[in-house]
Structure formats: structure tokens, C-alpha cells
Design a protein around this ligand. Structure first.
Ligand code: NAD
Ligand code: USQ
Length: 382
């Protein structure tokens, strides 16, 4: 299959590009490398030393003989996107290419506006590009579980049956996102649903939970192929942050009471979910929604797991309860459905002590690169 991967230089996109290339697909990456510029802006870095995208692609070619195409540019530039689509004619378009940090989007007005324009306009351009140039192409769009927020009822996969005043309908599940970034994903979902309905496009919205880990079979084959690992207070996500903190004996930064519960998945499952979505495209006119996570944990549960594994390794690790820099429920009901990807063949990699230890050891190997002042959160919601 010809597959375009927008955001293919990022944490989820790079291992996905390698995996799909290995599986024999014709992969083309579209990326403007802006994630690397945000590291410069924030004076931050990936814990792992990542090669330039061109060097990564060259190393993959040398190792496997497989070619990954590259279009370096911005989805917000429609002429650029149109050229990429005309020249590659993808059958599936995987869209990872957004500003994905909630704290980054909450820094100030400029960062909120940037995030929503980058994400919403970029996705609108992808919608119009597919409509104009490759209307049969299946759009696989990364959404987020955070679109739903934390309602006091079970979370369904995209839609909910509602009976109201004696009538009933299946309607989009209510959205209560918790940051300007998460809001951008909700706006994307609405635009996509409309485009599918009006123009008969086919799209799958993957409402992904928090991703942990970094290695996949492919990224492990050569140090030049290593994936990025974010640990800072802006781009680092909960479990990966705790593991890096444990590796340097830093207190684990649980925000508030720690009862915040989310869906989590291993990066190895992210790549497989994309493959499953590509192999089973949505119908024309269908806006399909999958919840893409494998297990639910509260952040305190994760911190306790990390502490136990780290202490077994002889690391002195404690849990700190920081004042929560975010505005969010710290104790709440959480029960989200995630059956659709499993029904299509996903076999989850679960969070075992072995998996935790593997990431902890990787973090330990690179701990000299950690910029200590980036570990504590600095962005607040208020
Ligand atoms: P990332 O920041 O590591 O990668 C995103 C990539 O997109 C970067 O390489 C960046 O340069 C590129 N990009 C951003 N805006 C672009 C634009 N306008 N034009 C071209 N390229 C652009 O993020 P990630 O962690 O790989 O996340 C990928 C996607 O998955 C995002 O849409 C994110 O919302 C979603 N997601 C991520 C997680 C997670 O835990 N990492 C969880 C749920 C959902
Ligand atoms: N948290 C801590 N301590 C930390 C970091 C986070 O307690 O050091 C808490 C947060 O307050 C929050 C939860 O952990 O309650 C998750 O935070 P996170 O930073 O791991 O994840 P989040 O901001 O939600 O964003 C990440 C990705 C985003 C994706 C989202 C999936 O950056 O792109 O959309 O996970 S989800 O959470 O399902 O919406």
C-alpha cells in the first residue's frame, strides 16, 4: 500500500514509518521538523540522541534496502501538501503532524493560537487535499482520549446511544477536553465528521491514550534509528517522565492527589494499531472512531509501580505530590471502552515490571543528557 505518514519524524511517527516500511508498504514521510525547533525554543532535548531525519532514512535504506520517501514541509502550506499528494498518491494518509503537548498549548495566548491554527488548519488542508487529489484515500487521524475528558459515566468509542423525551439517536460522545491542545483535537474531529458526511471521504479517528516506551524491533536495529524520548515538563508524558526521574533518583512528580486516571499504551501497540486501521479502512462516508489504549491507570498507580521497580534496582526513589499545575479532576470515575481495535486483531503489550525495567535501563544509559531544570513542570493552567 502507498502510505503517507505526516509527522513521521516524531515520537509515534518515526517507529510507525519503519514498521510499515518493513512490512513492505511504500512509505513517504511528510514533516516540517518543527518538533526539533520546539526543543530549541524550550531549551530542551530528547533523552536519546536522535539523528537528523535524512540520516535516519539513509540508515534505514542501508540496513534494509528499503526506501522511505521524504517531503519536508508544513501541512499548513497547501501548495506543498498538494504537490506531495499529487506525486505520491497515497492510499492511506496517517496524520500525526500536530502540536501535541497540552502544557505547550497553555503557555500563553500565542502558544494556544499557534497550537489550534497548526492543528486545525493543517487537518483542514489534509481534508481538502484528499478531497481534491486522492478522494479514495483513507485518512487515519490521531485523536486523543482526552477529547472525552473525565465524565461520570462510561466512555464509549466515539458515539453514544441517547434516549431523550421518548426519542433515540446515536450521537457523537460528549467532549470535555482539558487543554487548548485537547480542544484542537475536538475541533479536528468535528471537521472530519462533517467532511465524511458531506463529501463521502473515509476517515478513522484514533483516540489514543498516553503512549509510553520508545523502542520497537525496528528502532533497536541501529543506534541511528533510535526513537526520541521526551522527559521534560512540557513534552514528557506521565509514565516516561516517571521512569526518567527514577533513573536519576529524582522524586516522581505526581500532580495533586494522583487519582487522575487515563488510558495508556505501549509504543509497540501504537504502530500495530495504525497497521490495523490501514488494513481495515473505513467505508466511504464513514467517520469511524476507535479508542486506542490498552490499560487504564491512575498516575499514582504508575508512580508506585515505577518506584517498586526502581527500588529493586537499588535506586532510592520517592513519590512527591506536587501542587497540580493543571486544572483537572484529581479523583474521578473512569471506564472507557477499547474493544474495536482488539476485535480487529490487536494483541496488547501489557505494562509488566519487565517493560518498566527496560525503559528504566534505557533512561539510565542516557541520563547524562538530562537537563535537570526541565524536569519539574513550569507551565500552569491558571
Ligand atoms: P511529536 O511531537 O513527537 O511528533 C509530531 C511530528 O509532527 C513532529 O515530527 C513535528 O515536526 C510534526 N509536525 C507538527 N506540526 C506539523 C505541521 N504543521 N506540518 C508538518 N509536520 C508537523 O508527537 P507524537 O508524540 O509523535 O504524537 C503524534 C500524534 O499522536 C499527535 O497528533 C498527538 O496528538 C497524538 N497522540 C500522541 C500521544 C503521546 O502520548 N505521544 C498520545 C495520544 C495522541
Ligand atoms: N501528570 C502527573 N505528573 C507528571 C506528568 C503528568 O501527575 O509529571 C498527570 C497530568 O496532570 C495528567 C496525566 O498525568 O493528569 C496525563 O498527563 P500527560 O502529560 O502524561 O498527558 P497529556 O497531557 O494528557 O498528553 C499526552 C500527550 C498528548 C495526548 C494525551 C493522551 O502529550 O499528545 O493526546 O497524552 S490523553 O491523556 O489520553 O488525552
Amino acid at each position: 500500500m502507498r502510505i503517507a505518514i505526516a509527522g513521521g519524524d516524531g515520537f509515534c511517527g518515526w517507529p510507525t514509518a519503519l514498521y510499515l516500511s518493513k512490512k513492505g508498504h511504500e512509505v513517504t514521510i511528510i514533516d516540517n521538523l518543527i518538533r526539533r525547533k520546539w526543543d530549541e525554543e524550550l531549551r530542551s532535548n530528547s533523552l536519546t540522541p536522535i539523528a537528523s531525519l535524512k540520516d535516519r532514512i539513509a540508515a534505514w535504506r542501508e540496513r534494509t534496502g528499503r526506501e522511505i520517501g521524504l517531503y519536508e514541509g508544513d501541512l499548513n502550506h497547501y501548495d506543498f501538501l498538494r504537490t506531495a499528494l499529487e506525486q505520491t498518491r497515497p492510499e492511506a494518509f496517517v496524520h500525526f503532524a500536530e502540536q501535541r503537548s497540552a502544557p505547550y498549548s497553555m503557555i500563553d495566548r500565542e502558544h494556544a493560537v499557534f497550537t489550534q491554527v497548526n492543528n486545525v488548519v493543517g487537518t483542514l488542508n489534509v481534508i481538502y487535499g484528499i478531497k481534491e487529489i486522492v478522494p479514495d484515500c483513507h485518512l487515519i487521524k490521531l485523536g486523543t482520549m482526552g477529547e472525552y475528558g473525565t465524565p461520570n459515566i462510561d466512555i464509549e468509542e466515539g458515539y453514544i446511544r441517547i434516549v431523550h423525551n421518548g426519542r433515540e439517536d446515536v450521537l457523537p460522545y460528549p467532549k470535555q477536553p482539558g487543554s487548548m491542545y485537547h480542544l484542537s483535537k475536538v475541533h479536528d474531529s468535528h471537521n472530519l465528521m462533517f467532511a465524511c458526511k458531506v463529501w463521502g471521504l473515509r476517515a478513522t479517528d484514533l483516540n489514543q491514550g498516553v503512549v509510553y516506551g520508545l523502542h520497537t524491533d525496528e528502532t533497536l536495529t541501529d543506534p541511528v534509528l533510535v526513537n526520541r524520548l521526551d522527559y521534560d515538563g512540557v513534552f514528557g508524558t506521565a509514565l516516561n517522565r516517571f521512569l526518567v526521574q527514577a533513573a536519576i533518583g529524582h522524586d516522581l512528580t505526581v500532580y495533586g492527589e494522583g487519582g487522575q486516571t487515563r488510558g495508556f499504551l505501549n509504543i509497540r501497540d501504537t504502530i500495530r494499531c495504525i497497521e490495523i486501521a490501514a488494513e481495515h479502512p473505513a467505508d466511504f462516508g464513514e467517520f469511524r472512531v476507535f479508542n486506542q489504549f490498552t490499560e487504564e491507570f491512575s498516575v499514582m498507580e504508575l508512580a508506585e509501580k515505577v518506584r517498586a521497580v526502581a527500588r529493586r534496582e537499588g535506586l532510592q526513589v520517592d513519590i512527591a505530590r506536587l501542587d497540580n499545575p493543571r486544572v483537572e479532576k484529581e479523583q474521578h470515575y473512569y471506564n472507557a471502552k477499547n474493544t474495536k481495535l482488539k476485535a480487529l486483531g490487536l494483541e496488547p503489550h501489557l505494562l509488566t515490571d519487565e517493560v518498566l525495567l527496560d525503559i528504566l535501563l534505557t533512561a539510565g544509559r542516557h541520563k547524562d543528557r538530562i537537563i535537570l531544570q526541565n524536569v519539574l513542570p513550569q507551565v500552569t493552567w491558571k
